[in-house]
Design a protein around this ligand. Structure first.
Ligand code: PGA
Length: 255
């Protein structure tokens, strides 16, 4: 399948930024700038911003996602949010396994897998994040790390369910550091991810999956990164908080 047939997806990952009123203001600024985009646009926002974000984007081409979810339907999990809660409020996507969750909150491939399966079962579309640490890249084990994450994070995810999965390749050393992977480095790992999907599923299932690059993607480097065959979109942190920058990345993905 050629790249043009895959869905290009630009997703903002707002992390722990913006209050509900600030979220509303930012989305109202972004919406007119991306109205004519020829790609899917998502803003993944803090839980408490979801209602305001959905209200601000009603009738626009911007979809809303959350930044995590728990795997249980309900229960004694203080501070957690279930897939049913996200569905009812109207979220469509959910970021899972972000390296900040893995680094600071003890997220493992096992819990990423549980969350992924629960999200899919609830009808949410997970954006599953994978990526190597700088040290792992220096030790030349990037491919082993990525292969392991893909295999474990997608364990028992069916071929049918895979259609609703987005994968984000985010080298940990490039996140929030201003150090972007070169377009060739991004392409190399995104192509490797697709090859792993061929092994785990089959060629046509793998060809249909949108694979994003994330890690200091911005209005200056998006064009080159997105021109690569296996880079189908971006997961954008810092630059998603500035309307003009985010819109410029959306424009680059619309070409
Ligand atoms: P960044 O974050 O664009 O600020 O590097 C990307 C991410 O963490 O998803």
């Amino acid at each position: 399948m050629d790249k043009a047939k895959r869905k290009a997806i630009i997703a903002g990952n707002w992390k722990m930024n913006k209050t509900p009123s600030e979220a509303k203001a930012l989305l109202s600024e972004i919406a007119p700038l991306v109205r004519d985009a020829d790609c899917e646009i998502i803003a993944c926002v803090p839980y408490v911003d979801l209602a305001a974000a959905l209200e601000a984007t009603a009738g626009t081409n911007i979809k809303i996602g959350a930044e995590n979810c728990h795997w249980a339907e309900s229960g004694a999990f203080t501070g957690e949010i279930s897939t049913g809660m996200l569905r009812e409020i109207g979220a469509e996507y959910v970021v899972l396994g972000h390296s900040e969750r893995r680094q600071y909150f003890g997220e493992t491939d096992e819990t990423v897998n549980k969350r992924t399966k629960a999200a899919l079962a609830a009808g949410l579309k997970p954006i599953v994040c994978v990526g190597e640490l700088l040290w792992e890249r220096e030790c030349n084990i990037t491919e082993e790390v990525i292969a392991r994450q893909i295999k474990l994070d997608l364990w028992r995810v069916s071929e049918e369910e895979l259609k609703n999965v987005v994968i984000a390749y985010e080298p940990v050393w490039a996140i929030g550091t201003g150090k972007t992977a070169t377009a060739d480095q991004a392409e190399e790992v995104c192509a490797f991810i697709r090859a792993q999907l061929v092994k785990l599923y089959n060629q046509s299932a793998a060809d249909a999956v949108t694979i994003q690059y994330g890690g200091s993607m911005n209005d200056g480097n998006a064009d080159e990164l997105l021109s690569k065959t296996n880079v189908d979109g971006g997961l954008i942190g810092g630059a998603s908080l500035v309307a003009t920058k985010f819109a410029a990345i959306v424009k680059a993905a619309s070409k």
